[in-house]
Ligand binder design. Structure first.
Ligand code: F6R
Length: 612
C-alpha cells in the first residue's frame, strides 16, 4: 500500500526520487521520505504529508547520485514522522524502504532483536534491524539478504542502502510489485514503471523470492537458491502515453473524459476475441457455474456481470473478496472463478485467488494492469484497455470492466449454443457472428458519449448535493447496482454520507430518515420497472424529500414528483450499465472539488489496497 523508488546514476538522485514519488503517490500519501548518500554520508529525510511537502527548499538543494524514497499509506502504526520510511537499523548500518506487510514480525523481533529499542511502530524497522543482525554476523550483503528472505513471511518489496556501500541499491521481493528501470548510465528500482517511465521505457520485472542489486551500469539478480539469473528486458513505452493530467485540473476529470476511449479500446481488443489467450474453448465448454469476486467499484462491476451471466442462463454469484475467504465455499469442478481488479494488486482479491488455486479451481481475472500480480496467479487473464487510472476513485475502469463482462457473457452464450447444437467451433463461427456485432454496437455507443453534455446537466446539482447531510440512491435490478456504485463514488471523495437501496427496500425501514433535507437519486433505465421506482419516488415526495431521476425516458420528466431530471442517451437495455454511471461519476467529482477536497487523493484512501 505504499510506493518505493530508488535511483543510482550520474545525475541528481533527488530530482528522480521527486518525480518517481509524485508518480507513485496514488499508492499512498500520508507521509513520504528519502535516504541518499552525499559524499559518502547517508542522510534520511522524511515528513508527514504529501510528496511535495517533503521536497522543500532544503531537500531540493541536495546533490546526490544515489537514493531511495517512499510514499506511505499507514498500516502498521499511525501517521507520524517516526513511522514514515526510510527506516534505519539500530546502528544505522541498514536503511530501507518497504511496501508490504510482514506477518511474522513480532515472532522475528522476539527471536532476534531482544534488547533493541525500536523507534517506530512499524514492521519495516524490524526488517532493517534483522538485516543488520545478519550482516554484522557474516559481513556479506547478499547472503544476509538471502537469510532475511528465508525468514520473512508476508508481502514485501524492499529497497536497501548499506551505509558502507554508496554504489549499490539492494532489493528483494515477495508478493508486492517491484520493477527495475534500465536507463543510460543509471538504473531505477520502483513499485511501478510509472516511477521512471519519463526517463526510460526499458524495465525488468522482479518475481517473488528474487533479490539482488543495481548500480550505475549493472545489476545482478538471483533466485531464492542464489542462482544468478538473466531476465528479459521489457518495454513500457505503450503504458506511457497518457500519464499526465494534460489540461485537466485533476486526474479524475481526465479519466472521466477518457471513458469513451476506455470502452472503445477494450472492445477493439476483443474484436478478435479468441486471439486473447484467455479464451480456451475447452475451459468454457465445461463451465456450469460462475463466481465473481472483487472489492469496491470492481465488486459493483461484478454484480452487473452476475446479471449478464444469469441472463444467458448461467448460475452466477458475486462475493465481496474480503468475505469470500470466510464464507464456507462449496468447491465444484465446473465453477469458474472470475476475479475483477482494476489494479490486479488488491490483497483481499489476491488472497481469494490463492485460496481457489489451493482447491484446484479454475480462475480468470479481468484487470487493467497486464503486468499485475493477479495475472501471474490466475489461470487466464482477460485484459481491459482503459489506460492507467491514477485518481484514487475508480471511474473509467468500471465502464471497461462492465464492457468486458458483457462481451464475455455473450461469448459464453455463443459457446453454449454451439454445444447445444453439438457443433464444433471453427474459425468462421468464432470470428463472425453475434460477438463482433455486439462489439461494433458498443464501439458505436462509446463514440456517441458526450462528457460535456453530461457535465452541463449535472454541474447545476453540485450545490444541492453539497448541502445534503445524507444522499440516497435507489434503483431496481441493474439500476440498484448503479445506485451502489454512485453512492460509493460520492461518499469516497465528498465525505457526504450516501447510501444505496433497492427501490423497494426503502419502505422497509430507511424511509423513516426521509424528510425535506433528504436528497434521493433514482435510476430508471429499465422501462418495465419504471412504475415501481416511480411509486417509491411518490413515497419520498410525500415525506418532503427531493428527488433526482437519471433515465433515458424523457417522458418521465413530466412526472410532477421529480425535482430534476438527468437524461441518459437511449441505448439497448444491456448497454445502460456501461454508460449510466457517468453522470454520477461527474457529479461526485464536482461536489468533491466544490467542497475543497482533492478528488484524486481522498483522505484515508489509496489506489491499491495491498493489505487485507
Ligand atoms: C473506488 C475504488 C475502490 C476499488 C477497490 C478495488 O472508487 O477505487 O473501491 O475499486 O479498492 O480495487 P481493484 O479494482 O484495483 O482491485
Amino acid at each position: 500500500m505504499c510506493g518505493i523508488i530508488g535511483y543510482i546514476g550520474e545525475n541528481n538522485a533527488i530530482d528522480f526520487l521527486h518525480y518517481g514519488l509524485k508518480k507513485l503517490e496514488y499508492r499512498g500519501y500520508d507521509s513520504a521520505g528519502v535516504a541518499y548518500f552525499n559524499k559518502n554520508q547517508l542522510t534520511v529525510y522524511k515528513k508527514v504529508g504529501q510528496v511535495d511537502n517533503l521536497f522543500d527548499e532544503k531537500l531540493l538543494k541536495v546533490n546526490s547520485n544515489i537514493g531511495i524514497g517512499h510514499t506511505r499509506w499507514a498500516t502498521n502504526g499511525k501517521i507520524s514522522t517516526e513511522n514514515s520510511h526510510p527506516h534505519q537499523s539500530f546502528s544505522k548500518t541498514i536503511t530501507l524502504v518497504h511496501n508490504g506487510i510482514i506477518e511474522n514480525c513480532t515472532e522475528l523481533k522476539n527471536k532476534y532483536l531482544k534488547g533493541i529499542n525500536l523507534q517506530s511502530e512499524t514492521d519495516t524497522e524490524v526488517v532493517a534491524n534483522l538485516l543488520e543482525f545478519f550482516y554484522l554476523k557474516n559481513h556479506h550483503k547478499l547472503d544476509s539478504i538471502k537469510i532475511l528472505m528465508s525468514l520473512l513471511k508476508g508481502s514485501y518489496a524492499l529497497a536497501i542502502l548499506f551505509n558502507d556501500d554508496c554504489e549499490n541499491i539492494y532489493f528483494l521481493k515477495n508478493r508486492s510489485p517491484l520493477v527495475i528501470g534500465c536507463g543510460n548510465n543509471c538504473n531505477f528500482i520502483s513499485s511501478d514503471t510509472l516511477g521512471f517511465e519519463k526517463y526510460t521505457s526499458k524495465y525488468i520485472e522482479i518475481d517473488d523470492f528474487e533479490f539482488g542489486y543495481i548500480n550505475k551500469k549493472n545489476m545482478e539478480i538471483f533466485d531464492k537458491n542464489s542462482k544468478k539469473i538473466t531476465k528479459n528486458v521489457k518495454d513500457c513505452a505503450n503504458f506511457q502515453k497518457i500519464n499526465n493530467k494534460m489540461q485537466f485540473e485533476h486526474y479524475m476529470l481526465k479519466e472521466i473524459f477518457e471513458i469513451p476511449d476506455a470502452i472503445k479500446n477494450t472492445c477493439e481488443l476483443y474484436k478478435n476475441f479468441e486471439s486473447i489467450k484467455i479464451i480456451n474453448k475447452n475451459l468454457f465448454n465445461k463451465i456450469k457455474r460462475i463466481k465473481l469476486i472483487a472489492c469496491g467499484t470492481s465488486y459493483h462491476a461484478s454484480l452487473i456481470g452476475e446479471k449478464y451471466f444469469r441472463e444467458i442462463g448461467f448460475d452466477a454469484y458475486t462475493e465481496i473478496a474480503s468475505e469470500f475467504l470466510y464464507n464456507k465455499q462449496i468447491w465444484q469442478k465446473d465453477t469458474l472463478y472470475i476475479f475483477i481488479s482494476q489494479s490486479g494488486e488488491t490483497a483481499d482479491t489476491l488472497s481469494c485467488v490463492e485460496l481457489c488455486k489451493k482447491h484446484n479451481a479454475k480462475t480468470l481475472c479481468i484487470t487493467n494492469v497486464p503486468t499485475s500480480r493477479i495475472t501471474k496467479i490466475c489461470d487466464y487473464t482477460l485484459p481491459i484497455c482503459c489506460g492507467p487510472e491514477i485518481a484514487v476513485a475508480s471511474t473509467k475502469a468500471f465502464n471497461g470492466q462492465v464492457c468486458s463482462l458483457l462481451v464475455l457473457s455473450k461469448y459464453l452464450q455463443f459457446i453454449k449454443k454451439i454445444n447445444i447444437k453439438k457443433k464444433k467451433l471453427n474459425k468462421k463461427d468464432t470470428h463472425s457472428t453475434s460477438i463482433n456485432k455486439l462489439i461494433s454496437k458498443i464501439i458505436k455507443i462509446s463514440k456517441s458519449i458526450n462528457i460535456n453534455t453530461f457535465i452541463r446537466q449535472v454541474k447545476p446539482l453540485t450545490q444541492m448535493v453539497k448541502e445534503s447531510k445524507n444522499v440516497f440512491f435507489v434503483g431496481k435490478d441493474y439500476d440498484y447496482v448503479l445506485a451502489l456504485e454512485s453512492a460509493l463514488k460520492l461518499k469516497e471523495i465528498s465525505y457526504i454520507n450516501s447510501v444505496a437501496y433497492p427501490s423497494g427496500e426503502l419502505k422497509h425501514g430507511t424511509i423513516s430518515l426521509v424528510d425535506n433535507n433528504t436528497l434521493t437519486f433514482a435510476y430508471i433505465t429499465e422501462k418495465k420497472l419504471s412504475s415501481k421506482t416511480l411509486n417509491v419516488i411518490n413515497q419520498i415526495k410525500s415525506r418532503g424529500g427531493k428527488v433526482v431521476v437519471i433515465s433515458p425516458f424523457i417522458e418521465l420528466q413530466k412526472f410532477e414528483n421529480i425535482d430534476y431530471f438527468i437524461k441518459l442517451p437511449e441505448v439497448n437495455n444491456y448497454f445502460y450499465p456501461i454508460i449510466s454511471i457517468i453522470p454520477m461519476q461527474i457529479l461526485s467529482y464536482y461536489v468533491s472539488v466544490s467542497l475543497g477536497n482533492n478528488p484524486d487523493k481522498p483522505r484515508n484512501l489509496a489506489k491499491s489496497v495491498t493489505v487485507e
